[in-house]
Design a binder for this molecule. Structure first.
Ligand code: UD1
Length: 429
């Protein structure tokens, strides 16, 4: 199993290309199940989760071709995928495929909408809390689906097809919004989704669906109106830049000091994170090509933050912010309101010398003068990258084990950081 070794203490300076967003690429790939035509996706990041989804879609009958290298193409430009689900040959998503990645559960809505039946294993993914799927199922039931649970599988049927309905989510869910949105595009009549999540990745998916012929109003707002159509067509769509990768690099530079331009970053997708970092004393400016982040001198100021659905501070940057605040001048308070049990990085950061105490959903971080390297364990996707940030500043060597978590969501991270002066290496075993 690969490890990452970091010798801390180097500033970061240079430019980093931001990849396409994992959390948009995954549902965009899944929308290919809604049409027999070819969906072309550009700027797809090269990640373990994307590879896993390729296998899942292939099992349902999706043909995939990936464009080869192009002259003058940048190695960080993202890949171009052509996905064609001419026929759905298998409406079952088996446990072996679905268990490692929660987003694979999102095939349920599209397969049900197109084939009027689907059988999908209950999902796995990062071990951050219980992460139920009740909202997905209630949403599909509101569109006329009959849902049964059997041996760890969801069996959904819609004799005669799905029908438009009103879905009012009692809690904001990214996945449930996407699942129901995709299903509603092919349902008969109008669907209204209230209290929809408004994460930028949902807007990206909705815009792609519109290009495929879907009728959706209210994109970017908490109420979506979808008029069902009988069929969708292929289109060409480019995956939006990854705001979580962007925020992670902002925090890495804030931690080490230095000056880095994040090329292709979309600042409007992470205003709460930029505001939080500015209030900590980090300089962040928009440039023609993205964002320029600098921290030349002075200690970081502590922050008080709670995670919230978009446009609030994202839970997917909570661990990284905590790593950064271990070095602030004073006490920071970070409250996690989205997921229970998303503090597994705390004990690993403590191994590097961080001073963090937990009280329910709240972490209290007392800034320390320095961190020191140690062997640590990556426990989930975002937690693992918080250890990278801490390792970049810790004195001595930090070895991160179980980096497959990191590979699920961060493309070529050691290369990107290494090109900016970090001493970071992958050790394959
Ligand atoms: C997505 C993101 C993940 C991010 C999360 C919150 C992808 C692939 N994953 O995950 O990176 O951390 O949004 O921004 O885009 N919930 C229920 N019932 C449900 C569904 C969710 O109670 O049926 C709860 C969850 O347990 C959690 C909250 O709702 O407490 C938000 O979860 P949700 O937005 O659904 O997260 P995901 O879509 O799984």
């Amino acid at each position: 199993m690969d490890k990452i070794e970091i010798i801390g203490g180097k500033q970061l300076n240079g430019k980093i290309q931001i990849s396409g967003a994992k959390n948009a690429a995954l549902p965009l790939m899944i929308t290919s199940l809604l049409t027999p035509d070819t969906l072309t996706l550009k700027n797809v990041p090269s990640l373990r989760d994307v590879n896993q989804l390729k296998r899942i879609l292939g099992n349902h009958g999706t043909d995939l071709t990936v464009e080869g290298k192009r002259a003058n193409g940048s190695q960080y430009a993202g890949e171009t995928y052509h996905l064609t689900a001419r026929d759905i040959v298998d409406t079952t998503a088996p446990y072996e495929m679905v268990s490692t990645m929660r987003a694979s559960f999102w095939v349920l809505g599209p397969i049900l909408a197109r084939c009027h039946e689907a059988k999908v294993s209950l999902p796995g993914g990062c071990a951050i809390g219980t992460r139920p799927v009740d909202l997905h199922l209630a949403g599909l039931e509101a569109l006329g689906a009959k849902i049964e649970l059997e041996d760890g599988y969801v069996l959904a049927t819609a004799n005669g097809g799905l029908k438009g309905g009103r879905v009012t989510f009692p809690k904001v869910s990214v996945g449930a919004t996407i699942n129901v949105l995709m299903a509603a595009t092919l349902a008969k009549g109008e669907t209204i989704i209230e209290n929809a999540a408004i994460e930028p990745e949902i807007g990206d998916v909705a815009n792609c669906l519109v290009k495929m012929g879907a009728k959706i109003e209210g994109i970017g707002t908490k109420t979506l109106h979808i008029q069902g159509v009988t069929n969708l067509e292929g289109t060409v769509h480019s995956v939006l830049p990854d705001r979580i990768e962007t925020g992670t690099f902002l925090m890495a530079v804030a931690a080490t000091g230095g000056e880095v331009e994040l090329l292709g970053a979309a600042p409007e997708t992470l205003t709460a994170s930029i505001d939080a970092l500015r209030s900590a004393g980090v300089s962040i400016e928009e440039t023609a090509d993205g964002l320029l982040v600098k921290r030349q001198n002075g200690q970081l100021k502590p922050v008080h933050i709670e995670t919230q659905p978009h446009p609030g501070f994202p839970t997917d940057l909570q661990a990284q912010l905590m790593a950064l605040m271990t070095m602030a001048d004073g006490r920071s308070v970070i409250r996690e309101t989205i997921f229970e049990n998303r503090f597994m990085h705390v004990q690993e950061l403590a191994r590097l010398g961080a001073n963090i105490s937990l009280n329910g959903d709240t972490a209290i971080i007392e800034g320390v003068k320095e961190l020191h390297g140690a062997p640590v364990m990556a426990t989930d996707l975002r937690a693992s990258v918080s250890l990278v940030i801490a390792g970049l500043v810790a004195k001595g060597t930090t070895t991160i084990n179980r980096v497959y978590h990191l590979d699920r969501g961060f493309e070529k991270i050691e290369e990107k950081l290494g090109n900016c002066g970090a001493e970071i290496n992958r050790i394959s075993e």
